[in-house]
Design a protein around this ligand. Structure first.
Ligand code: AGP
Length: 610
């Protein structure tokens, strides 16, 4: 979604904001804007387009705010770009989120004589702040901001400046905003990556918190009650190399190739952390996992692992559907899987679970993100910053953590433990399953190596995309059992960055309708672990109707027009080794089509609106 950065210190703010905003461009990239204070005046520049295409931003002053937009209300344009200003040009504001009651507020404000310039929901907020802002009567900017926020409905992270005061006011409700504390200076950002080159000391704001930063100090209050908040400073350890492409053409390609290394880190997440969540799962009567997009596909894969390995019926629900579907009580555990820890739908589902007295856990990549702060237990992924909008390394890390959890529970089951469906019963692992588990554990340790091996197929994958994926515009991705979510994720990656149509589905489902689409303009990608006979009969059904098929194969099957071979592993581990192959298939197709790989059209890395 939109990215926000603010800076108050002794340096010229516009160059710091410019560099910081470029690091947030993965959040939104349809327009950008800056506002600074100098000589008791606001200085503003904004435009449609990408901040990365701009060479320099030069505005005077050492206090400023900036924004990169992912439009919700009003198309990308210079007028709709943030910052927005009041009628007197005294205050400026940037916003991430949606003001739900903006239409009624806009009408009321217009009646009171306010002039609106843009089509955005955001603009009502600045005019509302203007209504309350009476510096001549001693009403300070923060007073006006909190009065305005108490009158709006919706979600927001905002930063506001006034030409008349040396401060930045920031506040949040259901959209992220973090404070960075530097040497004699302060930063505000949508996430820590925006200011990490300058400081790793941060305080993430929680809902209904407002921060006022001034030259020598900062103050955090609850804007509903006006009470002062005492918040701890967190130090973030983060590798700076992550924000450079290091010789790769795109961040996505770099992140795909980082997977062997990142998965070694995931293998080393300490056993106690995995055990602690496994224990919590065991103690719960019901377990839900909620997530969306790629994280949902990781969760869906784990549903098979929990059921096959640990005999645990875990329910996975798309977080945007969670409130409609979940049946919750105080003995229910809800696990949110979210790389950013800031996805609106997932946080909403988690908060709904909290209201229903459930225990909350999460698997999250970004330290100190909202999901980590509302959870009782969190496993941090340790995947490092992922900049490409299309998730790759964070997905395989989620898979690795979830598989480790399922294995832990499977082993515990064998030793002593009861499961939610078999309360009070104890089940012992049969020798078969026990053998299988040690084989899987062995393979799991080798996953980084398997992925390295799969990545050696890159030239072959590139040539397949050139031959098959450029002119054809429709693709079916099919997989069976544990690789049904693989098919969904393969199709999602392909859609996101190639803009071609792709649908994932269970291989067995195809013959119940979709097979009518098989034609010269509908090719199939099939995931085949260890020569799975059942899926191969579905493959034959497609072939006999003249359909072209690319097989991604962890075995020796040769039934395809083209085959991409990945290491032969057990079905259980196969979703991990298939990932680099379909990620590269999407990547090279998108490159050949000249797509914007790291910032595909219409998408944002972190979706912080409903
Ligand atoms: C995946 O490539 C997308 N970027 C998107 O589907 C993403 O996985 C989804 O928005 C969930 O994000 P999260 O993991 O940060 O919650």
């Amino acid at each position: 979604m939109c990215g926000i950065v603010g800076y108050l210190g002794n340096e010229e703010t516009s160059s710091i904001l410019f560099e910081s905003l470029k690091r947030l461009e993965y959040r939104g990239y349809d327009s950008f804007g800056f506002a600074t204070i100098h000589d008791n005046k606001l200085w503003i520049t904004k435009d449609k387009g990408k901040i990365s295409d701009v060479v320099q931003i030069k505005l005077p002053g050492s206090i400023g705010i900036s924004h990169t937009r992912w439009s919700t209300h009003g198309p990308p344009s210079k007028i709709n770009a943030h910052p927005h200003t009041d009628c007197k040009n005294r205050i400026a504001l940037v916003h991430n989120g949606i003001i739900a009651n903006y239409l009624s507020l806009r009408n009321k404000l217009k009646e009171r004589g306010h002039i609106f310039k843009s089509e955005t929901d955001t603009e009502v907020l600045i005019h509302l702040i203007e209504e309350y802002y009476k510096p001549e009567d001693g009403v300070k900017l923060e007073d006006a901001v909190s009065s305005a926020l108490n009158a709006v409905e919706g979600t927001y992270a905002i930063t506001v400046i006034s030409a008349l005061e040396k401060k930045i006011v920031g506040a949040r409700k259901e959209s992220p905003l973090v404070l960075g504390i530097g040497n004699s200076c302060f930063y505000l950002g949508s996430d820590i990556s925006s200011f990490l080159p300058y400081t790793n000391k941060t305080i993430p704001l929680d809902d209904f918190e407002m921060v006022v930063i001034e030259p020598e100090s900062y103050k955090i209050t609850d804007f509903k009650t006006g009470l002062l908040k005492d918040k701890k400073i967190t130090k973030i350890e983060w590798n700076q190399k992550e924000s450079s492409k290091e010789g790769f053409d795109h961040f996505m390609l770099k992140e795909i190739f980082e997977q062997p290394q990142i998965l070694k880190i995931a293998l080393n997440i300490c056993e106690e952390e995995i055990s602690k969540l496994a224990e919590t799962i065991k103690e719960a009567d019901n377990v839900y996992i909620t997530a969306t997009g790629t994280s949902l596909h990781a969760a869906m894969t784990s549903e098979y692992w929990f059921s096959k390995l640990a005999k645990l019926p875990v329910r996975v629900v798309d977080s945007s559907e969670f409130e409609e579907k979940a049946v919750l009580d105080e003995k229910t555990l809800v696990i949110g899987v979210t790389q950013s820890g800031e996805t609106y739908d997932t946080l909403r589902a988690m908060n709904y679970a909290k209201k229903n007295n459930c225990k909350l856990a999460s698997i999250v990549n970004i330290p100190s993100s909202t999901a980590t702060r509302i959870s009782d237990i969190t496993i941090l992924q340790g995947s490092g910053m992922e900049i490409g909008v299309a998730a790759t390394k964070t997905f395989t890390t989620q898979l690795m953590i979830l598989l480790r959890l399922a294995l832990k529970l499977a082993k515990n089951n064998g030793e002593t433990v009861s499961s939610p469906t078999m309360k009070n019963e104890r089940c012992l692992l049969s020798k078969d399953v026990g053998d299988k588990i040690s084989e899987i554990e062995e393979q799991l340790k080798n996953v980084p190596r398997y992925i390295e091996e799969a990545l050696t197929q890159k030239e072959k994958i590139k040539s397949i995309t050139e031959k098959y994926c450029i002119n054809v515009k429709n693709f079916l991705y099919i997989g069976k059992g544990i690789n049904y979510p693989t098919a969904l994720e393969g199709a999602l990656k392909f859609k996101e960055i190639t803009y071609h149509h792709a649908e994932g589905m269970p291989a067995g489902f195809l013959k119940h309708g979709t097979i009518s689409l098989i034609s010269d303009d509908m090719y199939t990608i099939a995931f085949v672990p260890r020569d799975d006979r059942k899926i191969l009969s579905n493959v034959e059904e497609i072939k006999s109707r003249g359909g072209k098929i690319i097989g991604i194969v962890s075995g020796t099957a040769k039934h395809f027009d083209e085959t991409i071979n990945v290491p032969r592993v057990s079905d259980i581990v196969s979703p991990l080794v298939f990932a680099p192959a379909y990620q590269l298939l999407a990547y090279y197709t998108a490159v050949a089509l000249g797509r914007d790989i790291d910032q595909p059209r219409h998408l944002a890395k972190t979706v912080t609106v409903e």
